[in-house]
Design a binder for this molecule. Structure first.
Ligand code: IPE
Ligand code: IPE
Ligand code: MG
Length: 259
């Protein structure tokens, strides 16, 4: 009887698994400009963007990225023309309804962060359905930020903590970073390791303000509808080469680069 040698499965990009980001957050920007440049209505850019979401979710799984958090609609995006907002809401429902079954089958848990109150009832129903259908997924975590604002999130955490302090459940001096983190919408997610923004913009636009304090930033000039699996690979490879110091000196980090 021969004993098979342990199989080492090579990483698709040849990366050391310890250097693959566990959590990638993406500000999916540039849909409107992508469409306008082609003489198309902006919603076409959003639709093409939804196709990229599917591709990037799949690629993230292949690369060993277990958490993906995508900015789909900000608390400031309500300022857009009414017809663009309604079309975006319809697109969200179509995406959630269309992906629920596949995500559930693949063990991907989908959750939505942001203020539910304020979203149209059809969107809320679609969210509840897909969250319930994928609740048992443990292979990967896909989080969509919808009607999300980083400041809203911090305000909501402050309110929850203040209510607990006022009722005597906690002492104000017991509030520390870990407790604040547990009161954010992302309570059970690790902080993002890598934050990608597409379409060349160099700002956070109110995204995950607390959580990205030590994330590595990757700005892509490509608009989101152009950001396929190959571009995602590029960002992950770039991340793998970064040195994360977390305040230390290079000498303290040694050869590992603190990944
Ligand atoms: C990102 O693309 C999607 C949302 C904000 C909903 P944009 O719609 O912001 O595209 P640009 O930035 O106008 O090109
Ligand atoms: C950020 O993009 C929000 C999303 C990607 C959903 P925006 O296009 O709304 O950001 P600003 O307004 O250019 O900062
Ligand atoms: Mg934009």
């Amino acid at each position: 009887m021969s004993v098979a040698a342990p199989q080492t499965v090579a990483h698709p990009l040849g990366l050391d698994p310890a250097r693959v980001p566990r959590h990638v957050a993406i500000i999916m920007d540039g849909n409107g400009r992508w469409a306008e440049k082609r003489g198309l209505p902006r919603i076409w850019g959003h639709r093409e963007g939804a196709v990229r979401v599917r591709e990037v979710v799949e690629r993230a799984g292949q690369l060993g990225v277990t958490h993906l958090t995508l900015y789909a609609f900000s608390s400031e995006n309500w300022k857009r023309p009414q017809d663009e907002v309604s079309q975006l809401m319809l697109l969200c429902v179509a995406y959630l309804d269309g992906e629920a079954q596949r995500l559930a089958e693949e063990g991907i848990r989908l959750r939505v962060i942001g203020r539910r109150v304020g979203l149209p009832v059809e969107v809320r129903a679609a969210i509840e359905k897909v969250e319930a259908m994928t609740a048992h997924g443990t292979r990967a975590h896909l989080t969509l930020a919808l009607n999300y604002g980083g400041r809203d999130e911090i305000v909501d955490a402050c309110r929850a903590l203040a209510a607990k302090a006022a009722s005597g459940q906690i002492l104000p001096e017991a509030i520390d970073e870990a407790m604040v983190s547990r009161h954010l919408y992302t309570a059970d997610l690790p902080d993002p390791d890598l934050l990608i923004r597409t379409a060349g913009e160099r700002r956070l636009s109110n995204y995950l303000l607390w959580q990205v304090s030590y994330a590595e930033l990757f700005i892509s000039e490509a608009a989101w509808p152009e950001f396929g699996a190959d571009r995602f690979d590029e960002a992950v490879v770039d991340y793998a080469g970064r040195v994360r110091r977390f305040g230390k000196t290079d000498a303290q980090l040694g050869a590992s680069g603190a990944h």
